[in-house]
Design a protein around this ligand. Sequence first.
Ligand code: PEP
Ligand code: MG
Length: 551
Amino acid sequence: MIQLQGKGVSKGVTSGPVYFFRRSDATVTKVENADPAAEKARLAEAQEKSIEQLNRLADKCREEAGEEAAVLFETHAMFVEDEDYVECIMDTMESEGCNAEFAVQTAGEQFAAMFAAMEDAYMRARAADIRDVTTRILNNLMGVIEGGIDSEVPVVLAADDLAPSETLQLDKSKILGFMTQGGSGNSHTAILARTMGIPAICGLGEQLQPAMEGSVAYVDGETGTVTLDPDEPTLAAFEAKRKKQQEMKLLMQTMKGQQDVTLDGREMMVYCNIGSPDDLSAVLNNDGRGIGLFRSEFLYLKASDFPTEDAQFEAYKAVAAGMKGKRVVIRTLDIGADKQVAYFDMKKEENPALGVRAIRICLNRPEIFRTQLRALYRASAFGKVAIMFPMITSVWEVRECKRFCAEVMAELDREGIAYNPKTEIGIMIETPASIFVADALAKEVDFFSVGTNDLTQYTLACDRQANDLGRFFDPHHPAVLRALKIATDAAHAAGIWIGICGELGADLSLLETFLAIGIDELSVSPSSVLPLRAAIRKSTARTCTLEKLDC
Ligand code: PEP
Ligand code: MG
């Protein structure tokens, strides 16, 4: 029996074969004197495979994200066979006697450079499409696996670490659990695992070895233990825990349809955090009363170029309409720090968590911000959308955001496009600055939502990504809890509601403290809704105390 100990970051037990994530880091090398006929045949096969994949993606998009996104993939499929592009590849193979990979890469670079130099902004933006298609053909030539997993059966996915963009590309139906050498509980990859309801363990370090591939891993996302080849008592204990988990799930079903009210009648709004319209079914299955945080940047992380206004509108509309009049808080894009997107072309920063991220990008690059705001306001005609701005530190930022909102609404009026002019506007409270000026900020907006992941990071000066800060990264620290109290008092003095959408919201050991502080809403991953409801219904708000705020 082998046991590895890491940090459990998404609860639940699961078992399955270990599979190591295949990263597409294959580099193209030039092979001289290649056999032209064989290389042409390889190219034809890779083109055929690419077209098949793109058509499949187009069909999926048509069902899930609307026509415009589908057309994009169809255009990519057509480009795979574009006469000029293919002629350029063939010419290179023939004139240089080289392998297909080198010829495809050369043609891709030439065409992308040609488009990037064009006058017209639309045509310039097509350079990204060409790079995307070229990468797809190259991946198929080199046998790189799309989505990182090539397995018929679901697996326990192992990796050194996973970037949020990599996690988003994975085929969820193939994943039973995650285990990584690095990572931290507050990284967006761990947050995604919790949203998907998949057990996950991080920080396993060197104990996790590629030689383990194929062995059956027993993963306990609560204790952070991975067991290979368990002895009988360990296996029995694991199976007992799995059974208990199933029983608990069944018991929690009885919470569906129940009120989120304490024994003495205090209501807490229990909402969900999501990252894409795909998560809507989990919200509905777990009876979430609203969506307290839709991390819209995940739409950008999944894409290979800026999502258009229409593509975003379709995604927001699907969620707004699907929630049938329940509140859907959509956060404007929060790119930066660990959420990096190549096509944003951002300068490398020494301290990205303190750099040009989130609202700072939007205020510096209004064309990106306006596109998103237009999509959000258009979606507001189809449900109860609320717009939320991340990483706020100052009143002027909020006023500038509201000015953009007013401009976008005026534009939609002129164009005769429907929207809800009463769309609520809120901000995330996740910087110490926003706590200190919470009273002034509260007068500007309709609600606050506390991002405790970043608030903890910035208040305690502890990197949320680092997995070796241990006890120093402490979201229970009185400084964090007092900050919550200050923000809550400021919100209530101004007559607005306040919620928590950071991971701390699901921490049942703090529920009484949140009730005592006066928090109005907790937004958690869908799988945490029913256990949270059960805990609220057993609490008595009147007897809750603020003692955890003491040092
Ligand atoms: C937070 O910081 O707590 C939050 C909810 O936002 P994110 O985790 O996406 O930074
Ligand atoms: Mg945050």
